[in-house]
Ligand binder design. Structure first.
Ligand code: OSB
Ligand code: MG
Length: 371
């Protein structure tokens, strides 16, 4: 049990080493809100990875800031919590805004872990000491650049390659990758850029032995994904379409997905992510942990989550140096030669937050103290 005595939210900006381009836009500088929850003796950290634009989801850092300041902080500050589920219960009247909630929920997992001397992975019921690491590669200016980038990541040891696709950057690109790298574990992510009218594209993609096609159709669709899945062999994996347990149940009933990408920030926290993991485990649906280009804090929570047993496929959890010159945690996340990342064993997130570096990346912050 812990009483929340102080809350700090800070907007951070971290320049990406390489801009990240998807079908919905391009990111040069990653914005995120870091949430700090302070009890009597420890501070817990969580991350809300909502960015600049409402293009991946409706949340932006600015909507998250508003929801935190005006609706979450008043329901958390000065309150006592035994579990992260209890915190989410206190936020239940707030519909949606999962990324804003996740910053707080994760911070409480870290805080409780530190107080109990246990890692977040252990508290969650994680069973792995290493997690499998894949890499998600944005749209590049030409296919040659993409092929070179893929080769570099394979040399580093990444266990699977995901590329972003959009109309005009799809079948030909995959064909070229397959002729260069015939056997690698390969998948594509469309971030909702297609419709059922693009069936010829999916029929072509179906011939390349892809591990899965992620979020081919609209972010709010389940019915058309079910129809598409009935027409292709390649498993459909959903990301944007599944932001709640009810979405997941509907998607499974309809047959809209055979694989689930779980991002804590998208679904409203690690506890919801774990419920989804359990449902999928029971139904024989493999899951993996997606990413939102998180800083070391969100990354640490993602690593903890991915230590659960049904995370059966490589995750979009790459080493810190795939994204940033300098991460805000120590040690940074590094890739083992076998393409895995170690699950930290220390209390809470198990990595130290570098306060001076965090301060340097902070664009604005606000402190709330129990009245
Ligand atoms: O769709 O999975 C996605 C990044 C930002 C927003 C959406 C997505 C992504 C990624 C990158 O694919 C995953 C990562 O390395 O963090
Ligand atoms: Mg995705």
């Amino acid at each position: 049990m812990v009483e929340i005595r102080k809350v700090r939210i800070r907007l951070v900006e971290m320049k990406l080493k390489v801009p990240f381009e998807t079908s919905f836009g391009r990111t040069h500088v990653r914005k995120a809100i870091i949430v700090e929850l302070e009890g009597e003796s420890e501070v817990g950290y969580g991350e809300c990875p909502a960015g600049e634009d409402p293009f991946y989801s409706y949340e932006t850092w600015a909507t998250a800031w508003h929801i935190m300041e005006d609706f979450i902080v008043p329901r958390v500050l000065g309150r006592e919590f035994h579990t992260p589920e209890e915190l989410l219960q206190a936020l239940k009247r707030i519909r949606g805004h999962n990324m804003a909630k996740t910053g707080f929920e994760e911070a409480l997992w870290d805080l409780l872990g530190k107080l109990e001397g246990k890692s977040v992975a252990k508290l969650l019921g994680g069973v792995k000491s290493k997690i499998e690491s894949g890499v998600s590669i944005g749209i590049k200016k030409d296919i040659e650049t993409l092929l070179r980038t893929i080769g570099d990541y394979l040399d580093k040891g990444y266990r699977r390659i995901k590329i972003k696709i959009k109309p005009g950057w799809d079948v030909e690109v995959v064909r070229r990758i397959r002729s260069e790298f015939p056997k690698i574990p390969l998948m594509v992510d469309a971030n909702g850029a297609y419709t059922l009218d693009d069936m010829p594209v999916f029929k072509e993609l179906d011939r390349f032995g892809l591990m899965m096609i992620e979020q081919p159709l609209s972010y709010d669709d389940l019915v058309d994904h079910a129809e598409l899945q009935s027409k292709v062999r390649t498993p459909i994996c959903l990301d944007e379409s599944i932001s709640s347990v009810s979405d997941l149940k509907a998607g499974l009933k309809l047959g809209s997905l055979r694989i689930l990408n779980i991002k804590p920030a998208r679904v409203g926290g690690l506890s919801v992510a774990r419920v989804m993991h359990d449902i999928c485990a029971e139904k024989g649906i493999p899951v993996w942990c997606g990413g939102m280009l998180e800083t070391g804090i969100g990354r640490a929570h993602n690593v903890a989550l991915a230590s659960l047993p049904n995370f059966k496929l490589p995750n979009d959890i790459s080493a810190s140096d795939r994204y940033y010159e300098q991460d805000i945690v120590e040690p940074p996340f590094t890739l083992n030669p076998d393409g895995t990342i170690d699950v930290p064993k220390g209390p809470g997130i198990g990595v130290e937050v570098l306060h001076e570096v965090l301060e340097r990346y902070t664009k604005k912050d606000k402190l709330f103290v129990r009245g």
